[in-house]
Design a protein around this ligand. Structure first.
Ligand code: HEM
Length: 507
């Protein structure tokens, strides 16, 4: 009797397993059918080339990626792959299918034309411990509210105020030896300069890192560690959920607690006093523009203010410093271009530049072509959708993008396409834009495009141009003290592996 019921149970279990298998297979077939119909309707062709030998988990790609990262050749190798597989190819990251592209039309479609088909959900967990939920790591309504909250802070008046940049210049110059012999690493100084300017801009108080040694300041050290942990966790992809780092947890805590004090101050500053008047109404009585106070005048949600401050800090600090470091690396290697730049700056006759004059300085903006500081980026397809190019043998047909596919675009490789920039695309020649014929539009994209275009673009370009003009006024000779070529240091942003080692003599 007992044997009989065990037998029956076994049969029921087998039947259930069979039904589940049939349901799973039917669902797969149904999805395949729907996908094929969708792809046919849009004239899609499959992408002809794949970078994977292991088509299931893409383990070979992951191994290759880790090796390239260790050799600091991630971007160089990525350019080789585009030469080998064409402008669009497929790949795999564990179970996630990936479409990799340097086609401006595809990038435009994902970032602007079909913006709502894509999101950044894959970033949320990686950034959350440091950033909470803010403009940089949310989608949909939350992101739209963040953007509306933050956008007014980048109005022209704020961005055009150059006083803060000038106030920090003497701290920067004080750390640069002037004997033409002593080697100084400008990169580490630029990182300290933007740490000071970003904290001044956001919190109303600079951390003063240019006036202290790096190890003296807990916040800077903790912030650097927290950013590196984000990079490591991000590289692990879906395995990032298993990543544990107690020092990263501690660093996140230090950074957030540090920023929290400014949230309290901001709330206090904009609260109405006993007569019912706001103490520092940003619109009417402002002495000095402070980002956190502006936020506090629009929301009293302390958590939200803190999260947005952390988001803008991460978006704004290393980016501008990396731009300056990469550009000065190249300028020091190209004395003729440095001389041309100095000749342009000489038209100021030694006075401080105005905002409008800074906007005309093309060297800063266009040095982002060879070294875009956000060199690779991606978007996750939130629904079945289509990219306009990359399908078929010639890569000119549309491509079907199933929901859950990662669209990865490589701005670094796109900025070096010889069909877009000419045979000398690898050469540092900021003048290539001079005759106005070069119009690569979506083929030149250091600040992203579409609804999520960088909000700090003008701020960053102004700051970088300000430092460049002041350096050009102060120093006549800028000599590279690095025998090797520029090499990548790729974390969240792209800077120079060996820093920016130079020696200078005053003008
Ligand atoms: C050379 C300097 C900079 C470059 C190249 C740069 C580049 C970028 C890029 C590529 C994105 C898009 C990220 C994505 O959606 O995946 C972005 C977003 C953003 N950037 Fe910048 N950035 C720079 C400086 C700054 C500065 C100085 C600030 C603020 C002070 C800033 C604030 C932001 C913000 C708030 C976003 C998020 C926009 C959104 O998602 O709606 N950026 N930036």
């Amino acid at each position: 009797m007992e044997m009989y019921s065990n037998f029956q149970l076994e049969r029921v279990a087998m039947l259930a397993a069979g039904l589940a298998t049939i349901a799973f297979i039917s669902l797969r077939i149904w999805r395949l059918f729907i996908h094929n119909r969708f792809a046919r309707r849009h004239g899609c062709q499959p992408v002809a080339r794949s970078a994977n030998k292991d088509p299931f988990l893409g383990l070979d790609t992951i191994r290759r990626g880790i090796r390239a990262a260790r050799e600091h050749k991630t971007l160089e190798k990525s350019c080789e792959r585009f030469r080998l597989y064409g402008n669009t190819y497929t790949s795999k990251m564990f179970l996630t299918p990936v479409i990799v592209s340097v086609e401006p039309e595809n990038i435009k479609t994902a970032l602007a034309v079909n913006f709502t088909d894509y999101g950044i959900a894959h970033r949320f967990e990686v950034f959350k411990p440091l950033l909470g939920k803010g403009i940089f790591d949310t989608d949909g309504d939350h992101w739209a509210k963040s953007r509306a909250l933050i956008r007014p802070n980048f109005a022209r008046d704020q961005v055009a105020d150059l006083t803060m940049f000038e106030n920090l210049i003497s701290d920067l110059f004080a750390l640069i030896p002037r004997d033409g012999k002593t080697v100084v690493d400008l990169q580490s100084l630029f990182f300290r300069y933007t740490t000071d300017s970003a904290t001044e801009f956001l919190f109303g108080e600079s951390v003063g890192s240019l006036q202290k040694s790096q190890s003296e300041f807990g916040f800077t050290v903790a912030f650097n560690y927290a950013l590196n942990a984000i990079t490591t966790k991000g590289m692990l992809g879906p395995l990032g959920v298993f990543y544990r780092d107690r020092k990263a947890d501690e660093s996140n805590r230090i950074c957030r607690e540090f920023a929290e004090q400014f949230v309290e101050k901001a709330i206090h500053a904009v609260q109405p006093d006993q007569e019912g008047e706001e103490k520092t109404n940003p619109q009417t009585k402002r002495q000095k523009y402070i980002f956190s106070h502006e936020l506090a005048s629009r929301t009293s949600d302390k958590r939200r203010i803190l999260d947005e401050l952390m988001n803008v800090l991460i978006a704004g600090r290393d980016t501008t410093a990396s731009l300056l470091s990469n550009m000065f690396f190249m300028l020091a290697k190209h004395p003729a271009i440095w001389a041309k730049l100095r000749a342009e700056v000489a038209s100021l006759e030694g006075r401080l530049p105005t905002y409008t004059e800074l906007r005309n300085l093309k060297y800063v903006k266009f040095s982002l072509r060879l070294h875009p500081v956000v060199p690779v980026n991606d978007r996750l397809a939130m629904r079945d959708t289509v990219l306009p190019m990359g399908g078929g043998k010639d890569g000119l047909s549309p491509v079907f993008v199933p929901k859950g596919t990662l669209f990865s675009y490589n701005v670094y490789a796109m900025h070096r396409r010889t069909d877009l920039y000419g045979a000398d695309a690898e050469v540092f020649r900021p003048e290539r834009w001079e005759d106005g014929r070069l119009q690569p539009r979506w083929g030149y994209l250091p600040f992203n495009g579409g609804p999520r275009i960088c909000l700090g673009q003008q701020y960053a370009l102004t700051e970088a141009a300000y430092v460049t003009v002041r350096m050009a006024q102060e120093f006549q000779v800028l000599e590279s003290r690095d025998a090797g070529p520029w090499e990548e240091s790729l974390t969240l942003t792209l800077c120079s592996l060996n820093g920016t080692k130079v020696s200078v003599t005053p003008a």
